[in-house]
Design a protein around this ligand. Structure first.
Ligand code: ZN
Ligand code: ZN
Length: 268
């Protein structure tokens, strides 16, 4: 697969396994899929959330799970190390009220990558925290009831805080929040927040994830090309991530990135 100068297409920096209860397949199945697709570097980015998340199902790992995840991952690094590089990372979902807990838990392990996201937003008047990236009808309805513009204001401001506060290495799926709300429009204020967010990513020497799961949802990655262009003009490194929740999805849609990024590669 040809590489553009802007991104390494032999590297998938974002995948989940059955450890998180909403993905399927063992870590080894993802490794074998990556080898099959001739990738030479992958990073597992399993879900960590603060203990206070109020939600009707558990879609993240406990600290005990993370112990087991590291043990399994290290076995696979030995077994397949001559075929590809396997990184063990985490996708940490931000919590405005419990960021110290997240920082403490992150500091106890040696992660190859720390992806920063914001998935669960507590709001008054709803039984559960809003799941900002869910396609489930009850979640989509709860967000609409709270108000999309307000939720997005809060999403971007919390994400800016997360990038400041957490020891992240890559910002995940920047504009994926509310992706299942029909007709969603970003306001001028949201675009200003995105500018500030990217400035913060740059200041923290983090990378921006080009999350190719977006191709299946809306025909472009997360984030949208206009935001990718803003990142490139700031000199922010880009990392491809499939966000695979099935082994077969490792490296999915990567072949669409050269054409998409080709339009930016000559920009200064
Ligand atoms: Zn997930
Ligand atoms: Zn995520």
């Amino acid at each position: 697969m040809p590489n553009t100068p802007l991104i390494d297409l032999s590297f998938d920096g974002h995948m989940h396994t059955r450890w998180c209860h909403h993905a399927t397949g063992t870590m080894e199945e993802y490794v074998l899929s990556a080898i099959d697709k001739r990738l030479n570097h992958i990073v597992f980015l399993e879900h960590m959330e603060a203990t206070g998340v109020n939600y009707f199902e558990t879609t993240w790992l406990t600290d005990q799970d993370f112990d087991d995840y590291f043990a399994e991952g290290q076995k696979l690094q030995k077994k397949y190390g001559n075929q590809l590089t396997i990184g063990l990372g985490v996708e940490v979902g931000y919590s405005v009220t419990q960021h110290q807990e997240l920082r403490d838990r992150l500091s106890r392990r040696c992660w190859d990558q720390i992806g920063v996201s914001y998935h669960f937003m507590p709001v008054p008047d709803q039984e559960y925290d809003l799941n900002l990236v869910s396609r489930q009808e009850r979640n989509v309805r709860a967000i609409a009831e709270t108000g999309c513009e307000k939720v997005l204001d809060n999403y971007f401001s919390s994400l800016i805080e997360a990038v400041h506060v957490l020891p992240g290495t890559v910002l995940c799926h920047l504009d994926a929040a509310l992706r299942f709300q029909p007709g969603l429009q970003l306001t001028r204020n949201h675009w200003q927040q995105i500018e500030e967010l990217l400035d913060t990513v740059k200041a923290k020497n983090m990378a921006l994830e080009i999350n190719t799961s977006g191709f299946a949802v809306r025909g472009t990655p997360f984030p949208a090309p206009a935001i990718i262009q803003m990142a490139i003009s700031r000199g922010i490194p880009l990392v491809a991530g499939s966000d695979a929740h099935r082994a077969v999805d490792v490296g999915r849609h990567f072949q669409q990135l050269p054409e998409l990024l080709g339009q930016f590669s000559t920009l200064k």
